[in-house]
Ligand binder design. Structure first.
Ligand SMILES: Cc1cc2nc3c(=O)[nH]c(=O)nc-3n(C[C@H](O)[C@H](O)[C@H](O)COP(=O)(O)OP(=O)(O)OC[C@H]3O[C@@H](n4cnc5c(N)ncnc54)[C@H](O)[C@@H]3O)c2cc1C
Length: 404
């Protein structure tokens, strides 16, 4: 087997999943993560379609169910908190807007990290600073660790991937903002959600939301708003909190309480909702995986499925090619590209469906929610949710069968 030593940048969802499958196929992965430990933050991510199949093949379904959220579904509420429309978690066979198995992102990252076999090397609190490729491998320099040699480097380091920037150069067209910003954080459970993921829209494309958390006493809150690009420093969290607070100063429902909670939240995260589009996902001995290569945005509900399926296919193709990256990276793209292209198509209504601008549009969107489970909308919506399963997952066997 060629290229047995593989560096993975990023210990989010894609990174640990890839490390698991590489170890299953007999490779030796090392994972470098910029954060000092696994990042606990984030809201619910969905285990859908082929993403769920990959978790099943990892034997992790019981672990995933054990940390799944207990939610009744999604409900749109007005200024006074009255429910105007809702969709239960059982709609569309458990694959609706709120799917049957939703897991806090941090919990899923932990389940995947625990599943990587003992001996898998993790370098926390560090980042790749340089990648020099030659015929035999890659010399990687780090911010803190000493330089090391690897056969291949995989960038699984999310939307703002450092590996993508280093190996592919500046790609101004690759990250495409959708004109919407989002913030996530944990808040005290002072709002009576009655088990619902509640969402409140206000004119101007403003969205405040709160959903049940998994631990007693906490809920998971979010803000979203439509906007042209805002200049801000990604390390200046205080300024980011201010940007959000200013936008939501006059919004009703529970927005004032959520803004107050946001100011104190230890896990506050803020970002522009953006997709990543690249003509190629590899450059020599470097390849991209998950959000780093093909972020679809949370609007699609498919980012986690793409990361899990991508990890499974990339590791499987490397094993099938005996570690020959030129063959494997090409096959990885062939298998994944059609799945990614479909997943990146936004659901009906796009950003406007999530954050309508006017009261009239909010009314229309709320009414459409009542009709989604009925003809003629039902087949259109069902097609969006069915995308998660639109890939025939190859069976790559495991190391034992390869070496026998
Ligand atoms: C804190 C956080 C919260 C999120 N919350 C949600 C959510 O609520 N809903 C939703 O739909 N999606 C959320 N996402 C995105 C979601 O996890 C991804 O869309 C999807 O699961 C694909 O996973 P990924 O592993 O490709 O990327 P990510 O989950 O983003 O993981 C990337 C990892 O790479 C690490 N990293 C970044 N830069 C470097 C670097 N230079 N060197 C080393 N490591 C680096 C990050 O710390 C992170 O651990 C969140 C992501 C993060 C990081």
């Amino acid at each position: 087997m060629k290229n047995t030593d593989i560096l993975i940048s990023g210990a989010g969802i894609a990174g640990p999943a890839l490390a698991y499958w590489l170890r299953e196929h007999g490779f030796r992965p090392t994972v470098v993560e910029r954060a000092p430990a696994l990042r606990p933050g984030g809201q619910a991510v969905d285990l859908r379609g082929a993403g769920r199949t990959v978790v099943e093949r990892m034997g992790l379904m019981d672990d995933a169910r054990a940390v799944a959220l207990d939610q009744r579904g999604i409900a749109y509420v007005d200024d006074d908190g009255r429910i105007r429309a809702r969709m239960g978690a059982d709609a569309f066979g458990g694959e609706g807007i709120v799917s049957e198995i939703e897991i806090l992102r941090g919990d899923l990252a932990e389940v995947l990290h625990r599943a990587t076999p003992p001996g898998t090397e993790y370098l926390f609190d560090d980042t790749v600073t340089g990648i020099a490729q030659d015929d035999d491998g890659v010399t990687v320099t780090f911010e803190k660790s000493a330089p090391r040699r690897f056969g291949l480097v995989i960038g699984a380091d999310g939307l703002h991937s450092a590996v993508r920037t280093i190996a592919f150069g500046p790609q101004p067209q690759a990250v495409r903002p959708l004109g919407c910003y989002i913030a996530w954080f944990t808040a005290p459970a002072d709002i009576d959600l009655d088990g619902w993921y509640m969402m409140h829209n206000a004119p101007g494309g403003l969205v405040a939301s709160a959903r049940p958390g998994r631990r007693p006493g906490e809920i998971k809150a979010g803000f979203g708003f439509r906007s042209d690009p805002i200049p801000y420093d990604r390390r200046d969290v205080a300024r980011q909190r201010e940007i959000v607070a200013e936008r939501f100063a006059c919004v009703g429902w529970e927005a004032p309480a959520l803004v107050a909670a946001m100011r104190e939240a230890p896990d506050f995260a803020f970002d522009a909702m953006s997709q990543v589009h690249l003509d190629r996902w590899s450059a020599g001995r470097v390849a991209l995986l998950g959000d780093a290569g093909y972020c679809p945005t949370p609007l699609t509900g498919l980012g986690t499925s793409l990361a899990l399926v991508g990890a499974y296919v990339l590791a499987g193709e490397l094993a099938a090619a005996g570690g020959d990256h030129r063959v494997a990276f090409g096959r990885y793209e062939e298998v994944m590209r059609p799945y990614v292209v479909e997943a990146q198509k936004l659901p009906p209504g796009g950003v406007g469906g999530y954050a309508p601008l006017s009261r009239f549009q909010i009314g229309l969107r709320t009414a459409s929610m009542r009709w989604m489970t009925r003809w003629p909308l039902r087949p259109l919506i069902a097609a969006q949710f069915a995308k998660a399963g639109n890939i025939a997952l190859p069976d790559y066997g495991r190391a034992a069968s390869l070496s026998s």
